[in-house]
Design a protein around this ligand. Structure first.
Ligand code: PAF
Length: 286
């Protein structure tokens, strides 16, 4: 496995390959990321992972400074997972000057849910992903694998690739979960032992909401808000600070209409909530 730190070295490492499969990450890897690498290995003629903590997607009061940087351990895991090339640029390499050109995703997709609670987040994500795609793929074809845990992120990236006519296939990797059902996330490492035991209640509450939504059938449009409110209150009573727990239409993450609720496979529940100082997100497709 080659570890490269500059765009020039990345391009020479990939020069002989026609269809890279790429997993962008911010490092501090866990088995969720490694599962994405396994998916990528089946999808290209060379497997590339990037490790870059992207300042542009962090808000002023978020954890950019404390986000764990564990490059050596990450590289060991990537090597064992069969990754071929790791691109770990410095901030100076990827942003040699302040990034004045940025991607502005459509507000109806990027200013709701995560984007509402983390203003600018999806612009920061789209900008770095566009730049990483240029570094890895140039103008050629390839595949990029994103975790389904970041459901809205996946949708924003798919939309970007489609609207900019980029010849890149976006593949979703299923959410990996701990034995108790907690979705794997680098931020789980922030949880105390007691918080870790409690953390599974986000996914449990979302599953409960999904079951209720399914059972409500035609009454969902009238009952949805009350259901969501009950789910958020249940978490709040356990000491969480929920940002949102909501039933949405999968296609565009808008609130579902009666027609949506009548069709199987059209809905998804998504949630974000803070437990102590840690903000966790999760989702389930219904
Ligand atoms: O999902 C992540 O880890 C990040 O948002 C990504 C896609 C690597 C962009 O920085």
């Amino acid at each position: 496995m080659q570890v490269v730190h500059t765009i020039a070295d990345l391009r020479s490492a990939l020069a002989a390959h026609r269809s890279p499969a790429f997993v962008p990450t911010m490092g501090n890897l866990h088995s969720g990321h490694l599962a994405l690498v396994q998916d990528a290995r089946r999808l290209g003629d060379v497997t590339v992972a990037s490790i870059f903590v992207n300042r542009l997607q962090f808000g002023p009061n978020e954890d950019f400074d404390t986000y764990p940087r564990t490059l050596a351990a990450d590289c060991e895991q990537l090597k064992a997972a069969g990754c071929d090339v790791v691109f770990a640029p410095s901030e100076k390499e990827l942003y040699p000057e302040p990034q004045g050109f940025t991607v502005q995703p459509p507000t109806e997709l990027a200013n709701i849910l995560e984007g509402h609670f983390r203003p600018g987040f999806f612009s920061g994500v789209s900008t770095v992903v566009l730049k990483l795609f240029h570094c890895v793929f140039g103008s050629g074809p390839g595949t990029a694998v994103f975790g389904q845990k970041d459901y809205q992120q996946l949708m924003v990236i798919r939309r970007m690739v489609s609207q900019f006519a980029m010849p890149i296939q976006i593949v979703a990797g299923p959410t990996q979960r701990a034995a108790d059902g907690l979705a794997l996330s680098s931020r789980n490492g922030y949880l105390s032992e007691a918080e870790r035991a409690e953390a599974v209640h986000l996914s449990m509450t979302l599953r409960g909401l999904a079951r209720e939504a399914l059972a409500a059938a035609d009454a969902l449009p009238q009952q949805r808000e009350a259901m969501e409110h009950r789910a958020m209150s249940a978490l709040a009573q356990r000491g969480w600070k929920p940002d949102y727990l909501t039933v949405r239409r999968r296609a565009d993450l808008q609130t579902p209409t009666l027609e949506d609720t009548r069709q199987a496979n059209r809905l998804v529940v998504l949630g974000a909530a803070r437990l102590g100082g840690t903000r966790l997100i999760d989702n389930w497709e219904i």
